[in-house]
Ligand binder design. Structure first.
Ligand code: PEP
Ligand code: MG
Length: 554
């Protein structure tokens, strides 16, 4: 049985299937009080292992405190004495009551906790009920098939060495996918009926190069892991030379601190701190500790700390704010305390002189000024270019911000009027024109302008962005070797050719066509590029190709 999908993270993998997702309702397991206590201890051990291992120890501490709260146990016991026969059901009721109480709170922080408590309770129930659809120790080497993933799933996938992921939904720029991308775990998304089909088979061969998954009752092929490349440490701060000698700087995007381990020779162009927030690292002290440790481990290279980018699609559900309020707007208008604490933690952690701060979702100059007022004067402040507004007036920000980083994930969502959770539209000429328009004001200060959006982490995207003249990129660690390979094969003349074609392109297909053509010419890819099948035949490409005169006149 073969199903097609969209490759989100390149690679191939084969292994036993592990299906995630709701099964038919079953009756809750029946436990006595001592049995429940035993399960809680086992779960607590498990939680400790997973959260500490992926660098999220504070998650553990929060739940550990809840699990061992004497008041909670008193309530469980009193329900039992009132006649409840199943201790597990009593436990679930008590936690749900807690969560309801928290969700009704005036304070957003408590409302969030209420929501998280519910997710966690589901996790605990699954654990107790031994749902083997969950990702556990025995998931190593498996192909996970599910509807979509949450952050806890991603932690487990990383920790337990799942070898591939197949999802019915998802988009190339959603956060769980971006986290998997940092680890280079082959992932196929938008595979229709994957979950129901996968339940009927035992083995899968995932080809996230060609864009399909094959389910079978027997092992399909040898267990391949050919795409796992050795990552070469770059010891020169990420500087790579193009074939004609021009220099490009590569940095990495970090979502969870543990990812830094193998990349100490590189600067961090984007540290997405919202994952710390979601993991419960919010106090000034905890944040200061994390920032200080990271700044030491990347020293003498830069650590770019992006302020919490919460709200919108990144809001932990339960956060009761309008959907347009996100990033710096959220911090300034709805949670100034969180902003002030974060900046204070950064101010305190900045002792090595290599920390920079990046503001997410900026659209006005005033937002930058407000942050500047709180931040120590010697810490460089930069802005994300991810709203069309910021892209259009990037030059106006030059006085107030020292560096600029394009977030193509959001920029394309807002330029194309799409929802990044469910779709993407990455090669539309409008996106490149807009990025070029904003970058053009930095033509003589290229070191101030970079791209950290996911577009830079694919051959086609990186090629297009290089052609605009951009020379600093921050990409997920797993893409570094590919980025080096591409950059080393490029030269100014080829890039000019690409640039001229992009600027006169009529459609996304035109842009993909020229990029694909050049990548093939340079021997960098065959067949399929950056997870997107280029279906255009050479003839069609020729007929669509903008005329030489158009290109010459641009
Ligand atoms: C982006 O929008 O491209 C970006 C880098 O930010 P995030 O993906 O975290 O929203
Ligand atoms: Mg963004």
């Amino acid at each position: 049985m073969i199903l097609k999908g969209t490759p989100a993270i390149k690679g191939r993998a084969a292994g036993k299937i592990l299906v995630l997702g709701k099964r038919k309702k079953r009756r809750k397991k029946r436990l006595t009080l001592p049995e429940l206590r035993q399960e809680v201890e086992k779960y607590s051990e498990y939680l400790k292992k997973i959260s500490v291992d992926v660098g999220a120890g504070s998650i553990y501490r929060v739940y550990e405190a809840i699990l061992h709260d004497p008041q909670l146990w008193e309530k469980v016991e009193s329900l039992i004495s009132e006649g409840e026969k199943n201790a597990l059901r009593a436990f679930v009721r008590v936690i749900e009551d807690y969560a309801d109480e928290l969700s009704g709170s005036e304070h957003e922080k408590f409302r969030n906790l209420g929501f998280e408590l519910r997710i966690w309770l589901r996790d605990f129930e699954n654990f107790v009920e031994g749902h083997h659809s969950e990702i556990l120790e025995n998931s190593t080497g498996r192909i996970v098939v599910g509807y979509e993933l949450n952050i806890m799933d991603v932690f487990r996938i990383i920790k337990y060495g799942v070898s591939g992921v197949v999802l019915e939904r998802g988009s190339l720029t959603s956060h769980p996918i971006l986290m998997l991308k940092s680890r280079g775990i082959p992932t196929l998304i938008r595979v229709r009926d994957a979950v129901s089909k996968a339940r009927r088979y035992r083995y899968a061969y995932l080809d996230a190069m060609e864009g399909f998954v094959e389910f079978s009752r027997r092992p399909l092929r040898i267990q391949v892991n050919e795409e796992k490349k050795t990552i070469h440490l770059l010891t020169n701060g990420g500087r790579v030379r193009m074939a004609d000698g021009e220099e490009v700087t590569l940095q990495i995007n970090v979502d969870i601190p543990e990812e830094l381990e193998d990349f100490k020779g590189l600067g961090v162009g984007l540290f997405r701190t919202e994952y710390l927030y979601l993991m419960g690292v919010v106090s000034r002290d905890d944040q200061e500790y994390v920032y200080r440790k990271l700044s030491e481990s990347v020293y003498p290279n830069v650590l770019t700390i992006r302020l919490f980018d919460l709200g919108g699609e990144k809001a932990p559900l339960g956060m009761d704010i309008p959907s347009h309020v996100r990033g710096i707007r959220y911090l300034l208008e709805y949670n100034r305390k969180l902003l002030e604490d974060q900046i204070e933690a950064i101010n305190r952690a900045s002792v090595r002189g290599n920390i920079r701060v990046l503001i997410p979702m900026v659209s006005t100059v005033e937002e930058v000024l407000e942050v500047r007022r709180l931040l120590k004067a010697d810490i460089p402040l930069g802005i994300m270019i991810e709203t069309p507004a910021a892209a259009l007036i990037a030059d106006r920000f030059k006085k107030f911000a020292s560096f600029f980083s394009v977030g193509t994930n959001d920029l394309s969502q807002y330029v194309m009027a799409i929802d990044r959770k469910v779709s993407d539209y990455r090669f539309h000429p409008a996106i490149f024109r807009l990025v070029w328009y904003s970058f053009d004001k930095f033509r003589y200060q290229k070191e101030r302008y970079s791209v950290c959006g996911d577009l830079a982490a694919s051959h086609m995207g990186l090629l297009a962005l290089l052609s605009l003249g951009i020379r600093v990129f921050s990409v997920p660690p797993a893409y570094i070797p590919d980025a080096v390979e591409l950059i080393e094969k490029m030269d100014g003349e080829t890039l000019n050719r690409v640039f001229r074609h992009i600027m006169v392109a009529y459609s996304e297909k035109d842009v993909e066509g020229i990029l694909f053509h050049v990548l093939r010419e340079k021997g960098i890819v065959e067949g399929d590029v950056s997870g997107r099948k280029v279906e255009m035949s050479t003839d069609l490409y020729e007929s669509l190709k903008p005329s030489v005169e158009d290109a010459g006149n641009s």
